[in-house]
Design a binder for this molecule. Structure first.
Ligand code: SF4
Ligand code: SF4
Length: 228
């Protein structure tokens, strides 16, 4: 057999080997598909990840008819934020630590007694605006970590898509525009009258006694006429 004939035979064999391997792998793939098709009618039972049997159905179909069917999420899931306005002291810590600036707070000094939060912290500021833009939030959870009264929490609500992006801005402020205007007016009036009293006391010769003490009137200076 000449050299060219030998090379031709070797080529034909390697071509046959390659075809054999391709067909074999094709049928291996079909077998895997067939196995999944046989189980396609068997859905996973929806149970909490805390359930000991959570991984029992690992081989069953993972496709679910969302949103009619939903896979349960853990109770400690970190999704949409919630703020308990009654417990917020408007300290601004959450807004300052947020890496994407999605929390906006506007507060001002309270004239009325706002009482205490559920953990006993005194509320001194009116919470006019507390907005969270959940479209920007990256779910890092830093804001919930620094909150001193633990009124800001992450919930397991993950399905809150909206057609209008503005609907993803959640408002937790407690004052209506009218209430805010009224309270700001009262504050401005109180500050003005306080300033007037302070000015009047200074011009009337009142001087502070000691730090934390009461104001007392300074002793009148003897006039030079009286001395004479
Ligand atoms: S979870 Fe992170 S990104 Fe979202 S509001 Fe809190 S600090 Fe900002
Ligand atoms: S850190 Fe907590 S208490 Fe302070 S402003 Fe934010 S939500 Fe309110």
């Amino acid at each position: 057999m000449d050299k060219n004939r030998k090379e031709e035979m070797a080529d034909k064999m390697s071509y046959g080997n390659r075809m054999g391997r391709a067909i074999k792998s094709l049928f291996t793939g079909f077998r895997v598909t067939q196995k999944h098709m046989a189980k396609a009618g068997q859905h996973r039972e929806h149970k909490s990840i805390a359930d000991d049997r959570y991984f029992e159905d690992a081989d069953k179909s993972v496709t679910i008819q969302y949103p009619m069917e939903k896979i349960p999420v853990p109770d400690m899931g970190r999704y949409r934020l919630h703020m308990e306005s009654e417990d917020c002291i408007a300290c601004d810590k959450c807004a300052r630590i947020c890496p994407v600036d999605c929390i906006t707070i506007d507060s001002f000094k309270a004239i009325d007694d706002l009482g205490y939060t559920s953990d006993g912290s005194k509320k001194r500021l009116e919470l006019a605006v507390f907005d969270i833009d959940m479209a920007k939030c990256c779910y890092c959870g830093l804001c919930t970590t620094v909150c001193p009264t633990e009124c800001l929490t992450m919930t397991k609500v993950y399905d809150y898509s909206e057609f209008d992006r503005d609907e993803l801005v959640y408002h937790f402020g407690v004052l209506s525009p009218d209430q805010e205007a009224d309270k700001r007016d009262k504050l401005a009036t109180a500050q003005t009258s306080k300033k007037q009293v302070s000015t009047a006391k200074k011009s009337g010769g009142l001087t502070p006694k000691k730090k934390g003490g009461l104001l007392k009137k300074a002793a009148p200076q003897k006039s030079s006429d009286a001395e004479n």
